[in-house]
Ligand binder design. Structure first.
Ligand SMILES: [Zn+2]
Length: 424
């Protein structure tokens, strides 16, 4: 009987080991020069996970890396027995390993992925009950890529995954500064989350909006400018939109998704496209997208002055309006430099926040506090705020803003709360 599904027995080199720390698991990735056969098991006292790589040897001069995070104490190269090379992961506490291999895709060759879950971390996430009282408007902010998936790489060596995480955190802080708004940050560190899972996080938390942050690259360095995308079920609005969607949709192959996460993918997506045209989610996505195009064009050069559409997998939520913001092109040297600066990141984040806030204030979800409060808002003073920047942000005059808060001059302090009179 032939072993039809075994990879060919071929000696492979172990070329690298990387680790990524996610909130509920630690990912260990083995780079090998060919597909490998392997076994993964654990040993007690002290707890360790053993990875036996068959017909494999470490390449010359290979050194086990220092693991990221604190779940793995140490990575050791064990003895070679026959053709098998052993890698031992000394763990801080017991874990449940899951493992799978990935086919080569730029920039990687063959990979073996071992995900180490804390035993209690695997329970299905709880669906939060709808609060009885007026709730905050909840924005799901999704920094693209992460972990194994660096996203675009600038000529300076900067990674898209790092730049967009930084912009996303600024956006979170900016949105939270206004009473009545809250944020769930979909990815908060350097690890990969499957595209489908990102939309699930937004849906489970009952987010009112999903916004994915990116800074991609194109084959021509001259291409530049920010742009905003929504999902299309009919085809892309331009060649660039199609090109970017194809590129973004490859993320799962680069970032690495285990077999479990892929299982129910197709059914869910098929039914979602039908729902989309039925419930107006797409219309809302386009509207909020337009609002963000408007506010972004004040601080960044725009690639397109209207919302573009394409089949981005990460935007496929049946009931959560979803947009994807390309903050610029890392393939353009000027934009790559700009996007790496704190000042520009702050400007871009604050413009995106303005667009989202403006849309939500005009279209408040019915059960929210901003819908109930109608026209009274509060703003907590942050660093860099002045009476005139706050007035401009909420489109009120400085005189009305001062009057509403009993201020005679321009002196405000960080942490002070101002009432924003937006009544008209
Ligand atoms: Zn991207």
């Amino acid at each position: 009987m032939a072993l039809a599904f075994s990879p060919p027995v071929q000696a492979a080199d172990l070329e690298g080991i990387r680790t990524h720390q996610a909130p509920d698991h630690t990912r260990v990735v083995f780079d090998t020069s060919a597909a490998v056969r392997y076994t993964v098991f654990s040993l007690d006292n002290p707890f360790r996970v053993v990875v036996d790589l068959k017909q494999t040897r470490p390449k010359r001069g290979f050194q086990a890396p220092t693991p990221k995070g604190d779940a793995i104490r140490r990575i050791r190269l064990g003895r070679r027995l026959g053709g098998t090379h052993r890698v031992v992961l000394d763990m801080a506490q017991p874990v449940r390993p899951k493992h799978f291999t990935l086919q080569p895709i730029e920039p990687y060759g063959h990979r073996l992925v071992v995900d180490l879950y804390a035993p209690e971390a695997e329970r299905a996430p709880r669906v939060l009950p709808t609060p009885a009282t007026e709730r905050d408007v909840l924005i799901a902010v999704d920094p693209g890529h992460g972990g194994e998936d660096p996203g675009a790489i600038a000529a300076t060596g900067a990674y898209e995954k790092d730049i967009v995480l930084s912009i996303a955190k600024r956006l979170r802080d900016d949105l939270r500064a206004v009473e009545g708004f809250d944020v769930v940050l979909v990815r908060s560190g350097d690890y990969y989350i499957p595209l489908r899972r990102r939309t699930e996080i937004a849906r489970q938390r009952r987010a009112d909006l999903f916004v994915s942050i990116h800074a991609d690259a194109f084959s021509k360095a001259s291409v530049r400018g920010a742009s905003v995308y929504a999902l299309s079920d009919k085809g892309a609005s331009s060649e660039m939109a199609r090109w970017l969607a194809d590129r973004e949709n490859r993320s799962d192959l680069i970032g690495g998704v285990g077999p479990v996460s892929l299982r129910d993918k197709d059914d869910a997506l098929a039914s979602m496209i039908v729902d989309l045209s039925m419930d107006g989610t797409l219309r809302a996505s386009l509207d909020v997208g337009e609002a963000v195009v408007g506010s972004l064009s004040g601080v960044a050069r725009m690639h397109k002055r209207r919302v573009e559409t394409a089949a981005f997998a990460v935007l496929k939520s049946p009931d959560v309006p979803s947009i994807l913001v390309e903050t610029g092109f890392l393939s353009n040297p000027q934009e790559a430099r700009l996007l790496a600066t704190a000042a520009h990141q702050r400007k871009v984040a604050s413009a995106i926040a303005d667009g989202i806030r403006g849309y939500m204030l005009r279209n408040p979800p019915p059960d929210t506090a901003i819908a109930a409060a109608g026209r009274r808002l509060r703003h907590t003073i942050g660093r860099g705020d002045t009476i005139s920047t706050i007035a401009a942000r909420y489109r009120v005059s400085t005189g009305i803003l001062r009057a509403a808060n009993g201020l005679s001059g321009d002196t405000i302090r960080v942490g002070q709360v101002l009432v924003i009179p937006t009544g008209s």
